[in-house]
Design a protein around this ligand. Structure first.
Ligand SMILES: Cc1cc2nc3c(=O)[nH]c(=O)nc-3n(C[C@H](O)[C@H](O)[C@H](O)COP(=O)(O)O)c2cc1C
Length: 482
């Protein structure tokens, strides 16, 4: 049985990927598990919309039943689960009587502290499920800068949560949640447009689920937009996101999508609860935020990349949305609370002798410690994988030097971005190698990191793949998490 701790949702998806032999794609604030092997087919996406509000969407068919244990920690989250297709069973606290939640049902569940909520996902059934998770600790935190309605709604939900112990509500069959949930669940994307779609569809689903609970939902959806048109709007978003540096007008977008301007505005309103212009502005801001998080590009140049031609306007709207200015936001990521991670794979140009590898690692270990950089270097046959973590500017600077190093080639970036904690405390650079000499020498055992574990369940032919090294990165993260 797989236990899930909501404190680290990214790690549980990672864990599930490793267990199912699935591909795990990790982005900033969004990640996805892609399954296409003997264990099943489909995907699970995870989005962190802001600290305290997470969404997991399941759209998959498993070969074998999967049991997930959702809680038993001090966080007692609120779950809003909607089953769009298929069915699943669940039980509480080892209670034998499993209840089946069928297609079209809405389940709202607040699990009290240390209570266990088991979710059984069936074998050989196409399952489409959305799970919205609300963590009250984070919502209550003063650090959270939410604006407008969403702040009021979240605070309201948290207040409701504080009154009861455990709580369940199973909604009726005929409810209007499905349309929002369908968009949420069937959205495969985890890029900029995908995140925006998820954010809006989550609020739509959340509102419909709560309305279903309060029994006050007003009959039917009032919009006359067909699903095929909504799909075209979603495609249009992807066009905008890849051309975010350009100016866009409603007229041009109407022409591109073949949907009249007025209807296009209505569709954006339904999907995003925003006008076309607001939605594009938010996409520019999200992209800007991502560039602030993952690069050292000057803010003036970020403005060019996101199609905003005034630095001061960017600062103003960034402040309005995130509660602090772009420079301030960038600096906050340099604070002790955050660490920047970068991982890549590469190939040795020529064979490196034991002495050469040892010298490289010894020197790097010394220099990294001085720069508050920690990490590991996996050396397998002629391949390298390196994970570096530390202050963003220093990690990026070091990566530039490493990329230019003549001892290796084909340097391919696997992931970069901020994270909450380090994996390797007090280690400048640790070597994990397939060569006997090093496995005897080094104390990698303390960390539970060794070549055998890293390579377990791996066929030699896959070692050249990028996916294999992504898998290695996942294992390294999990070793630290467990
Ligand atoms: C696979 C590989 C990994 C490396 N890792 C590091 C490292 O973590 N830290 C480091 O300071 N140098 C590392 N280096 C060495 C750098 O590329 C570079 O030689 C070193 O930073 C010295 O550069 P400098 O003399 O220009 O300051 C690595 C080189 C290779 C080939």
């Amino acid at each position: 049985m797989l236990r899930i701790n909501e404190e680290s949702p990214m790690d549980h998806l990672r864990k599930l990927s490793v267990e199912l032999g699935a591909t795990f794609k990790e982005g900033v604030g969004a990640s996805s598990l892609i399954l296409n092997n003997k264990n099943g087919k489909g995907y699970i996406n995870l989005y962190e919309l802001f600290p305290g509000l997470l969404v997991r969407t399941y759209n998959l068919e498993l070969a074998n039943e999967l049991v997930l244990s959702l809680t038993k920690n001090e966080y007692s989250p609120l779950y809003l689960i909607f089953c769009l297709e298929g069915s699943y069973s669940h039980s509480y606290n080892g209670d034998d009587s499993l209840k089946t939640i069928s297609e079209g049902r809405n389940l709202i569940s607040l699990t009290s502290e240390h209570e266990e909520h088991l979710l059984k996902l069936p074998a050989k059934v196409r399952l489409k499920l959305s799970v919205i998770v609300i963590l009250r600790e984070d919502i209550n935190s003063n650090k959270l800068k939410l604006k407008g309605n969403i702040r009021t709604v979240m605070k309201d939900i948290v207040l409701k949560m504080e009154h009861g112990d455990s709580y369940r509500f199973i909604g009726g069959l005929k409810n209007p949640i499905g349309r929002h949930a369908k968009i949420l669940i069937e959205n495969k994307r985890t890029d900029l447009a995908g995140k925006l779609i998820t954010e809006s569809a989550t609020y739509g689903t959340l509102a419909a689920q709560l309305d279903d609970h309060d029994n006050s939902f007003s009959t039917e959806e009032k919009i006359g937009i067909r699903d095929v048109e909504l799909e075209r709007v979603i495609k249009l978003c992807s066009y905008i996101s890849s051309n975010i540096h350009k100016p866009h007008t409603v007229k041009e977008l109407a022409f591109k999508s073949g949907i009249y301007e007025k209807k296009l505005q209505e569709a954006f309103n339904f999907l995003f609860n925003q006008s076309v212009a607001e939605c594009i502005k938010n996409m520019r801001l999200e992209k800007g935020k991502e560039l602030l998080e993952t690069t050292n590009i000057k803010i003036a140049n970020i403005c060019d990349e996101i199609g905003i031609n005034s630095h001061s306007y960017f600062s103003k709207i960034f402040y309005e949305k995130y509660g602090l200015g772009p420079q301030e936001y960038r600096e906050s990521l340099e604070s002790a609370e955050w660490v920047f991670e970068l991982s890549y794979k590469s190939k040795a140009k020529l064979y490196l002798s034991d002495v050469e590898v040892s010298d490289l690692v010894k020197k790097a270990d010394r220099v990294n410690k001085v720069n508050s950089i920690t990490g590991c270097l996996v050396h397998y046959e002629d391949d390298f994988f390196q994970l570096l973590e530390g202050p963003k500017a220093r990690v990026l600077e070091l990566f530039e030097k490493i990329t230019a190093d003549g001892r290796h080639e084909e340097v391919e970036l696997l992931w970069k971005g901020p994270r909450k904690r380090r994996i390797f405390d007090n280690i400048g650079l640790i070597l994990i190698s397939d060569r006997k000499k090093f496995t005897d020498d080094q104390s990698v055992g303390d960390l539970g990191l060794d070549m055998q574990t890293i390579l377990s369940n791996t066929s030699p032919s896959s070692i050249r793949d990028l996916q294999f090294w992504q898998h290695v990165r996942n294992r390294i993260h999990l070793m630290n998490a467990s």
